[in-house]
Design a protein around this ligand. Structure first.
Ligand SMILES: NC(=O)c1ccc[n+]([C@@H]2O[C@H](COP(=O)([O-])OP(=O)(O)OC[C@H]3O[C@@H](n4cnc5c(N)ncnc54)[C@H](O)[C@@H]3O)[C@@H](O)[C@H]2O)c1
Length: 354
């Protein structure tokens, strides 16, 4: 099996690469990424891409059919991957997350790829008070990022997939340790803050609901989608990926972190504007379709691994919200240095004016 993973040099990619190498030891793994965060490794002793058989550099907006030659399965991770980046780079978010993913799917279908896995997001439910949302419930995307994900799902449904089994994994918010850790994710932020400053600053009153999934469990879900047959869920499937027991309120996450880091205090912002992103998600379909690939991590283990990973890095940056551990800050650093343009394309200056 030859598996192409786009966007593999981010947060999820290193954990996914190790997992795919372990479960498909004979597979040929090809990574493809533009490398915005390639140098943002965290505690990696070797290049996270070493588990891939080949690492290609390129922009997902420019791919052509040669990339798909001989490929059996595609995992489309490449994206401008959160709301703040989507708000700042709205056109690029649409072009990469929707445009390039759709083009990749079309080229894949035309070249006979059997499985296409798209990294979607539970943020398509947006502000959703009340009962946990099922896949068939109305959506309420609040941001350019969330819209890019649901528009891609819809376009994948409308296109001629030519028999390509297609799975849109609507992941809960990711958390957990990775060799390219992001700290712009709720739980990761709390653990980093507790480790560096013994305090956790919650930017809301703590009431929003936020389902989470550990990156290790995201990798197991991708494995399932790569093996899925159309008899199990249909030729095109959108499925919430996470576990009902991981639907937490933000305040519970903060308190769980405080309990795991001696001396850490939690501060809530009681004056905060109501969070426009709050949803509980129903993961029943995923548990029925993928009984052997259900999340295995517990919140306590995710927190413990993050704490251990950050401590092993000697992490002590209490001001990390202004640092390149935040994906948007890394893009801004590239922009301010003239390495990226406003469309998030590399400039000639990025490569020494070559
Ligand atoms: N992290 C989460 O909470 C979460 C939750 C749900 C879904 N997802 C989705 O999972 C995927 C991976 O997320 P992540 O946390 O690893 O994000 P990330 O930002 O760490 O990684 C995304 C990768 O895509 C690459 N990329 C961006 N634009 C590209 C382009 N034009 N061409 C080639 N590569 C490009 C980046 O260089 C980066 O390596 C994304 O699609 C994201 O939307 C993530």
């Amino acid at each position: 099996m030859k598996i192409l993973v786009t966007g593999n040099q981010g947060y999820v990619g290193p954990v996914l690469g190790r997992h795919l190498r372990r479960v498909f030891p004979q597979a040929r793994l090809i990574g493809f990424d533009t490398g915005y965060f390639a140098l943002c490794t965290t505690g990696a002793a070797v290049s996270p891409e070493r588990v891939y058989d080949a690492q290609l550099n390129g922009d997902a907006r420019d791919i052509d059919a040669t990339l798909l030659q001989g490929v059996d399965a595609v995992v489309a991770l490449a994206a401008i991957s959160n709301d703040p980046m989507g708000a700042t780079y709205e056109a690029a978010t649409d072009a990469v997350n929707r445009g390039a993913s759709l083009r990749l799917a079309e080229l894949a279908a035309a070249s006979g790829v059997g499985r296409f896995v798209f990294a979607s997001s539970c943020s398509v439910y947006g502000f959703a008070p009340g009962a946990a949302r099922k896949e068939s419930d109305p959506l309420n995307p609040q941001t350019a990022y969330a819209r890019s994900k649901i528009e891609t799902e819809r376009a994948l449904a409308a296109m001629d997939r030519q028999g390509m089994t297609t799975t849109c994994l609507r992941f809960a918010t990711a958390c957990g340790m990775s060799e390219r850790l992001r700290l712009d994710l709720a739980l990761n932020d709390f653990v980093a803050s507790a480790v560096a400053a013994r305090r956790i600053i919650v930017l809301s009153d703590g009431s929003p609901w936020r389902p989470l999934i550990d990156v290790a469990d995201m990798a197991r879900a991708v494995e399932w989608a790569l093996l899925r047959t159309p008899e199990n869920g249909g030729p095109l499937l959108s499925v919430n990926v996470g576990a009902d027991s991981w639907n937490h309120q933000v305040r519970d996450l903060a308190e769980a972190v405080a309990a795991a880091v001696p001396g850490a205090q939690v501060n809530f912002n009681q004056a905060a504007q109501p969070d426009t992103r709050s949803y509980k998600v129903d993961f029943g379909l995923f548990s029925r379709l993928a009984p052997n690939h259900q999340p295995e991590m517990t919140l306590a283990r995710s927190i413990a691994r993050l704490k251990q990973g950050l401590e092993a890095m000697g992490f002590d940056d209490a001001n990390f919200r202004a640092s390149t551990y935040m994906r948007l800050k890394m893009l801004e650093a590239h922009r301010n240095a003239g390495r990226l343009d406003g469309d998030l394309r590399w400039t000639a200056d990025a490569f020494g004016g070559a």
